[in-house]
Design a binder for this molecule. Structure first.
Ligand code: BMA
Length: 334
């Protein structure tokens, strides 16, 4: 779409609502926890074989350090059964990279391994890095250790090999900006073939300078659909908002289309105010049995967990109407 058409469109139409907040929000807060915590937010999510929902929540204690704790629910909204104790604690004695806690897990079910892969941030003395663990039951965990050294985070494994190699999306920080990269591995331990996947824009854009993948990408017939966060720095704080991009199924580093505007942003009181104001930060979703409805679980203001519903079909048509190819003239002139 040309810039002129876009401007004309923006002038005549109201922004479409793609994600609808659940009226029970926030669905999980520190008050729900069976032990003393400061806050709970940024949860990975998956459906279990019995159809129930599992959230792997980031829980922060009053030292400021995070660990992970499982909450299970039959309907994914309420009646959460929360582990009585932390499910996965940092273990700095064996894994020094976990010295200052473990954060922001993204869960991918990997049919070939019949295991869930959890990519999480391990906060080491050298900064945040990406660690990987495997589990079959969310009770015992096989830690693979650091797979991307600091400063790197916002990672998820793709559910299957691409051309014979495992693929990991992640967000290294560089002096030139924080962009989304993809790397490949024959064995989940040794990573290479690093490729830039999505670049932060520059200047006044909502997603200038710092972006990161939010939940693991959603596999659709048209490509990998990625919800990503853009961080807008303002004189008083930062605003975490969400945008959309679609990537080639066989060559995921190839961006097919990227939305121009953000499509979900902090608006509700529990998103605007909390330990960190103006943050919506999803790390997981489940897909309903209709194959289209997305239940998006997101951290709100680094203080609670909230839920919003969207539709894969609606996201794709929004991208058609509000996005452009990364290689089009629009992009080069942006
Ligand atoms: C990011 C991550 C998230 C956090 C967000 C807002 O850099 O560390 O865990 O929710 O900042 O504080």
């Amino acid at each position: 779409m040309s810039s002129t058409t876009l401007l004309a469109k923006a002038a005549t139409e109201k922004y479409e609502t793609l994600f609808h907040r659940h009226p029970a929000n926030p669905i999980l807060t520190e008050k729900d926890w069976p032990y003393s915590i400061n806050s709970v937010f940024n949860a990975g999510a998956t459906l279990l074989p019995d159809g129930s929902t599992l959230l792997l929540c980031r829980v922060e204690d009053r030292r400021g350090l995070s660990h992970l704790c499982v909450a299970r629910s039959v309907n994914g909204v309420d009646g959460w059964q929360i582990d009585r104790e932390p499910t996965l604690l940092p273990n700095a004695a064996r894994y020094p990279e976990e010295l200052w806690g473990i954060e922001d897990p993204r869960i991918t079910y990997v049919p070939e391994l019949k295991k869930y892969a959890i990519a999480y941030t391990s906060y080491s003395r050298g900064g945040p890095g990406v660690s990987l663990a495997l589990t079959e039951d969310f009770r015992s965990f096989e830690r693979i250790g650091v797979i991307m050294p600091p400063d790197d985070k916002d990672a998820a494994l793709l559910p299957r090999r691409i051309n014979g190699y495992w693929a990991l999306i992640h967000r290294p920080m560089t002096p030139l900006g924080a962009h989304v990269w993809i790397s490949y591995s024959p064995d989940l331990r040794h990573w290479g073939s690093h490729k830039l996947m999505l670049e932060a824009r520059r200047g006044a854009w909502w997603d200038a300078n710092k972006i990161g993948m939010s939940p693991p990408p959603i596999e659709t017939s048209r490509g990998w659909l990625m919800l990503y966060h853009g961080v807008r720095r303002t004189p008083s704080s930062s605003i975490y908002r969400l945008g959309l991009a679609l990537f080639d199924l066989q060559q995921p580093e190839k961006c097919l289309v990227r939305g121009d505007s953000w499509m979900f942003a902090p608006e509700a009181e529990y998103e605007r105010h909390g330990d960190v104001q103006d943050v919506v930060f999803p790390c997981g979703y489940t897909i309903a049995s209709d194959g289209d409805t997305i239940n998006l679980y997101y951290g709100a203001a680094d203080s609670s967990i909230a839920l919003a519903h969207g539709s894969i079909r609606a996201l794709l048509s929004w991208l058609d109407a509000n996005g452009h190819s990364e290689h089009s003239n629009d992009r080069r002139h942006a």
